[in-house]
Design a protein around this ligand. Structure first.
Ligand code: SF4
Ligand code: SF4
Length: 411
């Protein structure tokens, strides 16, 4: 039993130290996750460290922390993040598109989710605990009712992030803001406008994307560049050019997604087991993150390494295709069930109960790891998971295919 003096001393200790301790704890948490603890922006009065996390002390952040507690009680992993492709339509023909072979897998024979079906996906995902919802496609802004989809998210549970090529952003930003969108990542792969437009197959896309960024910032959204970087563009200096571009146009964050051996790149064996350049990129980000004049720089390969959250598809993260198929992530396209046919919690349980998803994979990305390439739970093409039978897409021709491919038809 503490005497009076000890109790008073303890109270004084709590009164004077807890604020600093909380600040130290948060600094360390963000440092581990992002490789920096720089506040990049305040959105609705809340500090934002990355577009990919709920703003600090926002309601979705409270949901995130509460869900971590219940994971311990249940002794079961439930997802923090859902990536939801709301449409299969796109007017671009990006050289790296992970969605490219959707046609090969018979994707277009299925109907895209209607608005009520998309709303059910969101409701079920939030019931399972997601605190971060990424909207992807196709190009999400080609879907007319996209603002309605955003509006139906319960914003007290999840933060919402749009990934777009930016061509329609300036025209639609007002509706997205009204619908309650929090953040937008705009895809820019090259700092040179002509090179970017050629890579994505749309003249003037760079210019329109930059206009969209300015408008998104003006209405208070968190804005970021999402750059798909390859070993060759990294060697050519695109990393530095893109961070400088981000600073010049005033984005809050630049996200570098290292090219994946999936979709159009699925036969690029040079992306498998090739980690040296990723480590160089992680090193190169440090100086920018230490300088408050620059946007936050988030290197995906760092976040999915052992130092941060690891490769967490099927463990903390899942992907839903435009017609409700559930896969481990945007880039590993093994289908574990359809949300229109099976309750999400059952699909999640099926996937998460497998040995490969029981915990995050250390040592980086599953589909870039030579030791995982042949597993039934990993595929660079949309493939149903059937115990003992799933593998890579049988309809895909063999051979190198990243150069000179036909464009995926827009609809
Ligand atoms: S914008 Fe590019 S990467 Fe995205 S779906 Fe369209 S073609 Fe694919
Ligand atoms: S396999 Fe893992 S690291 Fe690779 S893209 Fe998917 S979630 Fe990310």
């Amino acid at each position: 039993m503490n005497d009076l003096l000890t109790q008073l001393r303890l109270k004084w200790f709590f009164a004077t130290k807890t604020l600093k301790y909380t600040s130290d704890y948060l600094d360390r948490s963000y440092q581990i996750f992002l490789n920096h603890n720089k506040v990049i922006h305040f959105r609705n009065g809340h500090p934002v460290y990355s577009l990919s996390t709920p703003a600090l002390y926002s309601k979705p952040a409270a949901n995130f922390f509460a869900q971590q507690f219940y994971k311990i009680i249940r002794n079961k992993s439930t997802p923090n993040l859902m990536s939801f492709a709301v449409t299969d339509v796109c007017n671009a023909t990006c050289g790296h598109c992970s969605f490219y072979d959707y046609d090969d897998a018979g994707g277009r024979k299925k109907a895209v989710l209607t608005l009520p079906q998309a709303q059910k996906v969101l409701k079920d995902a939030q019931a399972l605990g997601v605190s971060v919802i990424n909207f992807t496609g196709g190009e999400p802004l080609l879907r007319e009712d996209f603002p309605e989809i955003v509006r139906s998210v319960d914003k007290s549970l999840s933060t919402t992030i749009l990934f777009t090529h930016g061509g329609f952003l300036a025209d639609r930003i007002g509706d997205l803001k009204k619908a309650g969108l929090d953040s937008v990542y705009i895809s820019l792969d090259f700092a040179d406008p002509a090179k970017h437009d050629a890579h994505r197959g749309i003249d003037g896309l760079f210019r329109r994307a930059v206009q969209g960024i300015a408008k998104a910032r003006a209405v208070g959204l968190s804005t970021g560049i999402s750059c798909c970087i390859t070993p060759e563009s990294f060697r050519d200096g695109e990393f530095q050019r893109m961070v400088e571009l981000g600073k010049a146009i005033g984005v809050h964050e630049v996200l570098f997604l290292d090219a994946m051996p999936t979709g159009r790149f699925k036969r690029r064996k040079d992306l498998v087991g090739n980690t040296a350049w990723l480590e160089e990129m992680v090193e190169a980000s440090k100086a920018y993150n230490a300088d408050t004049a620059y946007p936050g720089v988030l290197v995906y390969a760092y976040a999915t390494s052992y130092r941060s959250v690891g490769c967490s598809c099927g463990t903390d993260y899942f992907y839903v295709s435009p017609h409700g198929d559930v896969c481990p992530c945007d880039f590993s396209h093994v289908i574990f069930g359809n949300m229109l046919e099976t309750p999400l919690h059952e699909i999640w349980d099926r996937m998460n109960s497998l040995e490969d998803f029981k915990s995050v994979k250390f040592g980086a990305c599953k589909i870039k790891d030579a030791g995982w390439q042949d597993k039934k739970t990993v595929s660079g093409a949309f493939t149903p998971y059937e115990d003992g039978s799933a593998g890579t897409c049988s309809s895909c021709p063999s051979g190198i295919e990243e150069a000179g491919q036909p464009a995926r038809p827009a609809r």
